[in-house]
Design a protein around this ligand. Structure first.
Ligand code: PMP
Length: 412
């Protein structure tokens, strides 16, 4: 077997070059691969091609944002037409309000919303808005939760390198009602915001128990805090996100990733009484700018995606494919006593190496054995499906994962 470095000489060279101007050779820590990342040149459908000419079937789908696959004819057509109308208009546009109205129709908690350029920014604005409304300082969030670049991985192994942020965070245990109640009780009327992912995403695809999420709804009302659901990932589980599936309506919601139809995107929204604070007609409104918040290309791509691709039928099919994948793999892992399991919901899943020691090595080996078989997952185990995939692609992937898992089981 060739070593990873032998197999990927051009990626290694590209990486060495990249480290001269980018720390670690890249600009997103979350996609780094140890010992060095593969450099991808292009993609089509569900395939990606690296600079050494290897072709992989992509089962990461850019950590859920790449739900359309690498290319999509409907989006391409809309974006090309959009280019003819101007790159930047620097003004209110009808497309912007069509997209916001489509999103407000979908998410029960959103009467009004504002766009941003990323999920991180959406969360920062939502948290700050919640604190402003309540005139309080403390923010409750959960272990393993990820709300963006500077709001990351609290309490996770190896998460010691986070930047300081200007919030007074209280970290509570996820899916633990008594544990959370005990901690929050100490602060009660100092807590302005409770922010939670309805399924922990980057922290390992741990679905939130409906009772736990309902408890947070009740607790927020009781103590007068603003409850924010971060649905940056989970919005793709149904047309109205997980909030609609569970019938639990937060005060505010944040969105990101795929709603930009492939471009940089974020949005935060909520009840009218909260979001009308941004109403520029009011004398004391909160000023919220952002040069690219309503970028015409993002707006047209996002609107096209919502109207034609992120339909209930399409989302249901994709989620069903993901449910089938998870069930099938878990049943083989159990039957053959392989050291892995998968957690997640619908089309968003995470493979875990079950032994408590050498977790990292177990997943690393699985990742490299899958690359050998032509499949690309996140090195930390995230698997997310996209619309360019067929049931045959998923079936081929299942077989490859089982083979790779057997191989890991035999060497570790
Ligand atoms: N919230 C969640 C739940 C996320 O998964 C992410 C991105 N992985 C973010 C927020 C941040 O979004 P962005 O990367 O667009 O800043």
């Amino acid at each position: 077997r060739q070593s990873y470095a032998e197999k990927n000489p051009s990626s290694l060279k590209a990486y060495e070059q990249a480290t001269k101007s980018l720390p670690g050779g890249g600009t997103r820590s979350s996609i780094f691969i140890h010992p060095f990342p593969l450099f991808i040149e292009r993609g089509e459908g569900t395939e990606i091609v690296d600079v050494d000419g290897h072709v992989y079937l992509d089962f990461v789908s850019d950590f859920t944002s790449g739900i359309y696959g690498k290319t999509n004819p409907v989006l391409k057509k809309a974006i090309i037409q959009g280019l003819d109308n101007g790159l930047q208009l620097g003004a209110h546009t009808p497309t912007e309000s069509s997209l916001s109205s489509a999103l407000c129709d979908r998410f029960p908690s959103m009467d009004l919303l504002r766009f941003t350029n990323s999920g991180t920014e959406a969360n920062i604005l939502a948290i700050s808005t919640g604190l402003h409304c309540t005139r309080r300082e403390k923010v409750v969030l959960f272990q393993g939760g990820y709300h963006g670049s500077v709001l990351s991985h609290f309490g996770e192994e190896g998460g010691g390198g986070d930047l300081k942020v200007p919030y007074d965070f209280i970290v509570c245990p996820y899916n633990d009602i008594p544990g959370t109640r005990d901690i929050v009780q100490k602060w009660n009327d100092e807590v302005g915001v409770i922010i939670v992912e309805p399924m922990i995403g980057a922290g390992g695809c741990i679905p939130g128990d409906p009772q736990f999420l309902q408890f947070l709804r009740d607790l927020s009302t009781q103590i007068g805090a603003v409850l924010i659901f971060d649905e940056v990932q989970t919005a793709r589980l149904g047309t109205g996100g997980r909030q609609k599936i569970l019938g639990i309506t937060p005060d505010m919601t944040t969105l990101g990733k795929f709603f930009g139809g492939g471009f940089a995107f974020g949005a935060f929204g909520g009840k009218e009484e909260i979001m009308s604070l941004f109403d520029a007609r009011q004398p004391n409104s909160i000023s919220h700018g952002g040069t690219f918040n309503n970028s015409p290309l993002t707006m047209i791509a996002g609107l096209t995606a919502v109207q034609h691709i992120l339909t209930e039928d399409n989302l249901n099919k994709l989620n069903k494919m993901g449910d089938g994948l998870r069930e099938e793999l878990n049943s083989v892992f159990q039957e053959e006593e392989l050291p892995f399991n998968i957690t997640g919901l619908g089309s968003i899943n995470q493979i875990h190496y079950t032994p408590t020691t050498e977790k990292r090595q177990g997943l690393d080996l699985l990742f490299f054995y899958l690359l050998d078989r032509g499949y690309w997952i996140a090195q930390r185990g995230l698997i997310s499906l996209n619309f360019a995939m067929t049931q045959e692609d998923v079936r081929g992937f299942e077989i490859a994962v089982v083979e790779a898992a057997r191989e890991v089981g035999s060497v570790m």
